[in-house]
Design a protein around this ligand. Structure first.
Ligand code: MF3
Ligand code: CO
Ligand code: CO
Length: 294
């Protein structure tokens, strides 16, 4: 436990919720089944952008601190405790706690888990890859990012997947410019991923973020033109967060998915491994400004 005979991950034991001081302001969805529909804009004033940057910085610093603790033998719950203490220690709320019932302060997605893995008593092993996804809420706004880390030493094939997924995010960010349609981002990501025969997960996307965790604006990571034709404008804030899989595009099991009975953990259907990187950014006159840097 928690791996089966084939080495695939299986659900572990999830510990009770950690306390969050009452003085830390909760997002509106906490204590409710889900968020209220967001009717605000995805375009923010310079003042609000600096507040999103402050939340984003806390989340990014949390990822660095948790990432430094990654080693064989540590559990994903141990990583959640570090993330939780860091975020509340900076007077921010860990946005995932109580979001549609999600119980923890970080998503920990290993190996074949595409996204939304819940920290539990799973022990990290040499050669695993683990994505940490952290969102912090402070001053009424969220900042959201994720990174994939290698535990010890991975195979060359897996190491290349992780490096190229980070590069795919970089290429998606470089495609951002005011006046362009949002679908140019996925075009840049997918054309890069295809060079290596990787699959691009379609059913989980980037999103508008700021006053809402997920505003309703969707940012596909594949070439979705002529759909998703929203024109980017200066001040627009959203995430880009590609998930690439080792399976080929002609091998749809790598981009289709199964979900565990916890109603969260998403794995590739064929159990091939997958990596992800995410930033929150704002559209500027010259391109994009990343708001989730440490
Ligand atoms: N941070 C994730 C994203 O990038 C969302 C996690 S929602 C959770 O959109 F409830 F699973 F935590
Ligand atoms: Co996100
Ligand atoms: Co995220």
């Amino acid at each position: 436990m928690p791996r089966d005979e084939q080495g695939h991950l299986v659900p572990g034991r999830v510990s009770p919720a950690l306390p969050i001081p009452a003085k830390i302001t909760r997002p509106e969805y906490v204590g409710r089944p889900g968020p209220r529909e967001f009717t605000g804009s995805d375009v923010y004033s310079p003042e609000h952008i600096e507040l999103i940057r402050e939340s984003g910085r806390i989340a990014a610093q949390a990822i660095e601190v948790v990432g430094a603790a990654i080693r064989p033998g540590i559990t994903t719950n141990d990583l959640d405790v570090i993330a939780h203490e860091f975020i509340i220690g900076h007077d921010a709320y860990p946005s995932t706690v109580g979001y549609r019932g999600y119980p923890k302060s970080v998503c920990t997605s290993l190996n074949e888990v595409i996204c939304h893995g819940i920290p539990d008593d799973t022990v990290l092993e040499d050669g695993d890859i683990i994505n940490l996804d952290i969102t912090a809420f402070k001053n009424g706004v969220h900042g959201d990012l994720n990174k994939t880390f290698i535990v010890g030493t991975a195979t060359p094939e897996v190491t290349a997947l992780v490096e190229r997924t980070q590069e795919a995010l970089t290429r998606g960010i470089k495609a951002v410019a005011p006046g362009r349609q949002i679908n140019v981002i996925g075009r840049a990501i997918e054309s890069y991923a295809r060079r290596f025969g990787y699959g691009v997960v379609r059913d989980f996307t980037g999103h508008g973020v700021g006053a809402a965790f997920h505003s309703g604006l969707i940012v596909p990571h594949y070439d979705a033109a002529p759909n998703f034709d929203t024109v980017m404008e200066v001040g627009m804030v959203f995430t880009i967060e590609p998930m690439l899989t080792i399976g080929t595009p002609e091998h749809p099991g790598s981009i289709t998915w199964d979900q565990w009975d916890d109603d969260w953990t998403v794995t590739t259907k064929d159990k091939t491994w997958t990596a992800q990187f995410e930033h929150t950014l704002v559209v500027t006159e010259r391109g994009a400004d990343i708001l989730t840097l440490p």
